[in-house]
Design a protein around this ligand. Sequence first.
Ligand code: FES
Length: 102
Amino acid sequence: MENWIRIATLDDIPALGSRVVKTPQGDIALFRTADDQVFALHDRCPHKGGPLSQGMVFGHTVACPLHGWNINLESGEAVAPDVGCTKKLATRLEAGEVYLLA
Ligand code: FES
């Protein structure tokens, strides 16, 4: 059975920014895009583990603050020519509340 956990409100996450949520699986970065969608990725860049939560969000992409790899927020995949993937978690936005699929 699906287990959705309420972890934040949309207002907790700055527009074009992120918020880190600590979980037993590690730090999860919640990103809010300009169109008010929320994406969740592990807060580790697939390159050398940079904190993606401190990167710049544009479109549905975040630029890692360390070496500038672009990571697709929808898939967790690095944008070519870079190759790698950060684990993504499913999110759901309902009445201003953000849920994470545990
Ligand atoms: S650690 Fe993210 S680009 Fe190098």
